[in-house]
Design a protein around this ligand. Structure first.
Ligand SMILES: [Zn+2]
Length: 568
């Protein structure tokens, strides 16, 4: 499961990201305001539900022993934490595909393969070709300046434009009294526009022009963005982060998002030392500017000395990589209903390697989401051996979930089967851990017990789906289904943090199976020896029978409570 992303991180990231990406991030954060229709009527489980002996027998093909064997393999150190993209992730994809082939499941990726290819693109600043110069003095990339990864160059006189925002409806215009045409605009990233809360921009306030695009519209050639004070003060930490981080994104998303955003102006961020030089001899000096930005006041716009001329060049290099979702279908037996699909999914990626803890740098991701990956594989194999359900079953192993649900966004935006024929999606993300009796570790407080699982979202969109899920469980293993996270005010925002979310946003009712946050969540210690395989077996069998009943039901579950999602 994906880490919780916070607004603060988004704002900091906005500093060094191109406009298109900022737009995309902001769109994502807007979802925080989504109001669920409360699940008022707890779906009453109907008394009788008969799960046939044949279906029970099929479910019992999912065994703890097989789950364990598979999980030890895909979460071994050899897979190096299955980062997207990485050889370990590709090896896991091949492992899944080989097994699907052996089970004679139909490939449903690209061109008759099990793989839906996803091109990733990394935009990296070429530091050797990136620099700035003012009146003969050279500034070095990294030491003196950082840049947004938008290639280009600019030269000209300098204008200071304070916070840089223009919001006509709020009487805000940072460019009053100055002409920025053919010049370089200096903007203080620290300051929010007056009379407007940042959270209102784009939502309540529709006419806000952001600093860089306002500068661009007024004919500026480039931007010097004064970093927020904490970023300036921690220049070296930020510098390392920016220089070392890979900037992979999904190429198709980048191209799509760039389509509705004009290409941004080349933008540099000066260090304290460079800032002092830019403002030497001006009505506000560098130190004064910094004090003002801390206080949140930026002062009026003014022209810097006409004798100063800054020029800079930003050079970037693109590299690409390929990753993939793994997709298979079991065709249903009913001539009509087989056109519809019950989707079952998990993410097979994790976060790769990282900061060593107790000398271990491999984040094995056994529970997250090795457990879901091997559970879906066992389900696929169990389904393949029959009895064949009426509707088709779609199996998707998503990549890049940990990077921001990219694989599921890709699959639902560019589906390989008609998405409106997908009647429900069952997402398995972390089902292998259970809270031991007497465990006093506060980090395991939210972990479910050996016969318990969080079931998230089952009642949020479709009363029928929620009641089918309960009915099946009651007449089968009768696990404790915990609905704690079916809460629109959940501060963990779990509904948004795994792949089912991307199906839900397309109107597909979902169920998310999850064991809870625990001490080894996103740690190198999330390893296969800590898994409760008996629990995994029970949950996976429950998902099997739920999927089977869904695929055999006379009608697809009605969405009677659509999620109130804002537009993307
Ligand atoms: Zn995770």
């Amino acid at each position: 499961m994906k880490r919780l992303s916070l607004l603060g991180l988004v704002l900091t990231a906005a500093l060094v990201l191109p406009t298109a990406t900022i737009g995309a991030r902001v769109r994502t954060t807007r979802l925080s305001t989504v109001a669920f229709s409360p699940a008022t009527t707890a779906a009453k489980a109907s008394a009788s539900s008969v799960i046939t002996a044949a279906v029970r027998e099929a479910a019992e093909r999912v065994t703890a022993a097989r789950l364990k064997e598979d999980l030890y393999y895909i979460s071994s150190d050899a897979m190096a934490g299955r980062a997207t993209p990485s050889p370990g992730l590709d090896a896991t994809a091949k492992f899944i595909a080989d097994r699907l082939k052996a089970a004679k499941l139909k490939p449903a990726g690209d061109d008759g393969t099990y793989f839906q290819r996803i091109e990733l693109r990394s935009i990296k600043v070429d530091g050797s070709q990136t620099s700035a110069e003012m009146n003969g003095k050279t500034f070095k990339y990294g030491d003196d300046l950082l840049v947004a990864p938008t290639p280009g160059s600019a030269s000209g006189q300098l204008v200071y434009a304070g916070h840089g925002w223009v919001i006509k409806s709020k009487n805000v215009d940072a460019y009053q009294g100055v002409d920025v045409r053919n010049k370089i605009v200096i903007i203080s990233a620290a300051a929010a526009p007056p009379n407007a809360a940042p959270t209102e921009i784009g939502k309540v306030i529709q006419d806000a022009e952001s600093p860089v695009s306002a500068a661009q519209k007024r004919g500026a050639k480039g931007v010097v963005m004064i970093p927020r004070y904490p970023d300036l003060a921690q220049w070296w930490a930020g510098r390392r982060r920016v220089l070392e981080r890979d900037r992979f994104g999904v190429a198709r998303f980048q191209d799509r998002d760039a389509g509705d955003t004009p290409s941004a102006l080349p933008t540099i961020m000066p260090s304290e030392a460079m800032l002092d030089q830019l403002f030497a001899g001006e009505q506000q000096g560098g130190a004064e500017l910094r004090r003002n930005t801390v206080a949140g006041t930026t002062g009026p716009a003014f022209d810097l000395a006409a004798t100063k001329s800054l020029s800079f060049k930003v050079s970037v290099a693109n590299t690409t990589a390929i990753t993939q979702n793994v997709v298979a279908v079991l065709e249903g037996k009913d001539r009509e209903l087989k056109k519809e699909y019950v989707a079952i999914g998990a993410h097979y990626d994790h976060v790769g390697t990282g900061r060593p803890i107790n000398g271990d740098a491999i984040y094995n991701g056994a529970d997250d989401d090795g457990s879901g990956t091997v559970a879906v594989l066992s389900l696929a194999e169990a389904f393949a051996r029959g009895p064949r359900p009426k509707r088709s079953i779609l199996f998707v192993w998503h990549a890049a979930e940990e990077r921001g649900l990219w694989g599921s966004e890709y699959f639902t935006d560019y589906p390989t089967v008609p998405l409106n024929q997908v009647v429900a999606q069952l997402n398995i993300d972390m089902i292998g851990r259970s809270r031991k009796e007497g465990d006093a570790n506060p980090k395991n407080r939210g972990l479910t017990g050996p016969d318990e699982i969080y079931v998230i979202g089952s009642k949020l969109m479709s009363t029928e789906l929620g009641s089918l899920s309960e009915r099946v469980n009651q007449s089968y293993l009768n696990l404790k289904l915990n609905y704690f996270y079916d809460n629109p005010n959940d501060s963990e925002r779990l509904f948004y943090r795994s792949d089912h979310y991307n199906y839900a946003r397309k109107g597909i009712p979902i169920i998310f199976y999850f064991d809870g946050i625990h001490e080894d969540y996103h740690q190198p210690s999330d390893t296969a020896d800590k898994i409760d395989y008996q629990k995994m077996e029970k949950v996976a069998r429950t998902v099997f029978v739920t999927a089977y009943e869904l695929s055999d039901a006379a009608k697809r579950p009605t969405v009677d409570k659509p999620l109130q999602m804002p537009e993307r």
